[in-house]
Write a protein that binds this ligand. Sequence first.
Ligand code: EPZ
Length: 418
Amino acid sequence: MDKLAITGGAQLEGSVTISGAKNATLPILAATLLTDEPVCISNVPHLQDVTTTIELLGRMGAKVTVHEQMEIEVDAAEITERQAPYDLVKTMRASILVLGPLLGRFGEADVSLPGGCAIGARPIDVHVKGLQAMGADVDIIDGYIRARAQRLHGAHIVMDVVSVTGTENLLMAAVLAEGETILENAAKEPEVEDLAEFLISMGASISGAGSSKMTVRGVERLHGTNYRVQPDRIEAGTFLVAAAITGGHLRLKKVNPSHLENVLQKLQQAGASIEIGDDWIELDMRGRELKSVDISTEVYPGFPTDMQAQFVVLDAVANGAAAVTENIFENRFMHIPELQRMGANISLSGNTAVVRGVNQLKAAPVMATDLRASASLVLAGLVAEGETIVDRIYHIDRGYECIEEKLRQIGAQIRRLP
Ligand code: EPZ
């Protein structure tokens, strides 16, 4: 099992190109199942979750060609298997995103129940209730979601909770359904908007993407397309925090600053100087005091839960004290015991962590538990005294493309141990 060894103390300096967004790529790859014409997707990040999704599509019968620079061509003309097996779903919950497209195009889907994960129970009631409202019979049999429908029909769906993949699954189910579907209380994340734009480029009729109410008019079929995935706002935010806590100076290239407004605001409150262009962000923290900032995670455009662990590390080494409240997932503080072992002064009560800044963290062997928690442990290693060893970094490889190469190129002392 790979480990990362990080020696703290370097001020990060230079520029980093941000990869395509993992959480836009996964639903877009699932959506290729909706057409029998070839689709070409570019700016795809080279991540374990993307590889898993490609394998899943291949097992279903799609022809997937990975060209250089991770440009991916998918031809889903012949989909012989309409199921997502447990052995793949258990490694990546996002496999549930094939449910909507399979049902929308073929009227049948058997998808293994994704089950919970480290950060929470991760129920899928929004997905199931919405598909049932569109005329699908959905049963849970032997750990599989078994969905059947003659042809899905439009429906007026008010989702109980704001769910990113719930919204995405129902959107993909609706584009070929008979009639009009209205999705209310829809997720507004940029990745949902990217999926909608992708579907529209295939001939879907969607309005209101990026707002809490989307209207879809079903069409007979969708055609092929070429599409470029949006930049990963969470990878971008993670690198900005790395530069801020090391007192560095970093320029991010190929990002969309409008996807990070709340995070940039928090970084400015923490004392960073931020400049932005249409596809770049520059953060300067040289000689500036890092100040604690309160965080409360919310659905977009509020502060993203996927940036919570990274900001706990920022507050752990900032001047002052701050409250970090996690409102989206019920168990997304697993990074905290690991950070406490590195000397962080954090007290947990319910879904709020009170973080008091310390002068310096101390290196320690720590263990990654989930994707963003593991990224926060790498950040902590960048500012800890000594060499930090982060174990179980397969979690990181799921969501960050070549994290140690990108960090090394801006001055971090980091290497992968076999
Ligand atoms: C997506 O997960 C992301 N994953 C997550 O990113 C992200 O943290 C999350 O959205 C929130 O932004 C992908 O896009 C592949 P939700 P998702 O459904 O869709 C509850 C990462 O680090 N809920 O928006 O599974 C749920 O329990 C990952 O890249 C229901 O109650 O999250 C949670 O409390 C981690 N019923 C809240 O809603 C449902 O049917 C938000 O979950 C669905 C969700």
